[in-house]
Design a binder for this molecule. Structure first.
Ligand code: GDP
Ligand code: MN
Length: 379
């Protein structure tokens, strides 16, 4: 889950990372008030779930409260990479002498958190990685031991040479790691971490992504969720416990289990079709889940036919059939539907379907071939 810069700043400052004073507002008049309270140069920053806000015109320095109000007026409502700015941060601005990058990601290849630091901070770090990868220093961290003070100092020494600046950066490096593990993040970065002309160290941007699988133990972070960064169908799928990924094709799929879902997409492609989505209804099959799944899929205007492919194990086919019948009673789908149910209680499922003039395909191949053909005919 993504959180906003101001929320990430909040987490980092709890862990002791030095963060300039800030407030979040949704009104230009409030931006002026905060600028007045700060009483110095401020920076007005769009709060949206994308990077590169500076380049897009979403980060502006203001010398006076007047200017802060003007910038807030311009930035609020602005569209940045398809997202509308609903709130801005007004923060105490710092003078910048150097801009550094420090960040941690979970690296799937080494199965460890990898620390990355670069003296080429402030700019797009993906670009640095692509053009001058030697300017990024990587350091895998042993998750059992954690990050030692010595490791933090070594990383800090890649960024600066002045002993007390290195010491202050090392403190940030350690605290960022604490925040990363403490919040079960999959990514935590400060870009830029700046040194001022009088050699103070400040984190002036912050980004944290939280591992969705760990959110249950962070209700405070779960409460930070901003649905404006999430589409309606994604939100409904998440709330119902479905894993849903929208794709570009026209064959909607409702499947149980991630493995079967992947296989189904492969077989659809094999028969010359294109899946419209990945949708795993998971291990249990309440009628509500089936209804939500059908709603989500039929709300995608690209979908031309729907395949329901269930391999009953813990999931009982009769439950799925009942859910399907209930779902169809509620709404007319208006699209051709192909069902294939096999496994636990498949016979009962067949009876339920038959009572409603439906029939399960015998095999996955038969079902997929048919659903692809139906999509083609509708197109
Ligand atoms: P991003 O573009 O979304 O990554 O937003 P950042 O918060 O990183 O801001 C972009 C750039 O604006 C930074 O790299 C700085 O150069 C500049 N900037 C942001 N905050 C300040 C500040 O407090 N003082 C100064 N002088 N520049 C700032
Ligand atoms: Mn940044």
């Amino acid at each position: 889950m993504k959180i906003h810069e101001y929320q990430a700043r909040g987490i980092l400052s709890e862990y002791g990372v030095p963060i300039p004073r800030f407030e979040v507002v949704d009104d230009p008049g409030d931006a002026r008030r905060v600028a007045e309270e700060i009483g110095r140069m401020v920076v007005v920053k769009a709060q949206v779930h994308v990077g590169g806000r500076g380049k897009a015109g979403g980060v502006k320095l203001a010398k006076t409260p007047d200017e802060a109000e003007k910038h807030a007026t311009a930035i609020l409502g602005m569209d940045i990479k398809g997202l509308t700015v609903e709130r801005v941060m007004v923060a105490d601005a710092v003078d910048i002498e150097s801009e550094y990058y420090v960040g941690i990601v979970v690296d799937r290849a080494t199965k460890r958190p990898v620390y990355m630091v670069s003296a080429a901070g402030g700019v797009d770090i993906e670009e640095v990685a692509a053009t001058t990868p030697e300017r990024i220093h990587k350091h895998p961290v042993d998750p059992d031991k954690g990050l030692s003070t010595a490791e933090a100092q070594e990383l800090a020494a890649k960024l600066d040479t002045r002993p007390h600046v290195v010491r202050d950066i090392a403190v940030v490096v350690e605290k960022l790691y604490d925040a990363f593990t403490g919040s079960d993040a999959s990514l935590a970065e400060i870009n830029p971490l700046v040194v001022t002309p009088d050699e103070q160290v400040w984190a002036i941007d912050a980004k944290i992504n939280i591992d969705d699988n760990a959110l249950f133990r962070h209700p405070d972070i779960e409460a930070m969720r901003d649905p404006s960064g999430e589409t309606d169908d994604l939100r409904r799928a998440r709330e119902m416990g479905l894993s849903y990924v929208k794709l570009e094709g026209d064959v909607g799929c409702i499947v149980n289990g991630a493995g079967l879902a992947m296989t189904t997409m492969d077989v659809i492609k094999y028969y010359g079709g294109e899946p419209a989505n990945f949708l795993d209804i998971g291990g249990s099959s309440s009628p509500e889940k089936m209804q939500t799944a059908i709603d989500i899929i039929t709300s995608d205007p690209n979908v031309k036919s729907i395949l329901i492919n269930i391999f009953g194990g813990i999931t009982r086919c009769d439950d799925v059939a009942r859910g399907l019948v209930a779902a169809l009673k509620e709404r007319s789908v208006g699209l051709p539907l192909v069902v294939r149910l096999t496994g636990t209680n498949a016979e009962e499922a067949g009876q339920i379907l038959a009572e409603h003039e439906m029939k399960s395909a015998e095999t996955m191949d038969e079902a997929v071939e048919k659903v692809v053909e139906l999509a083609r005919r509708q197109a």
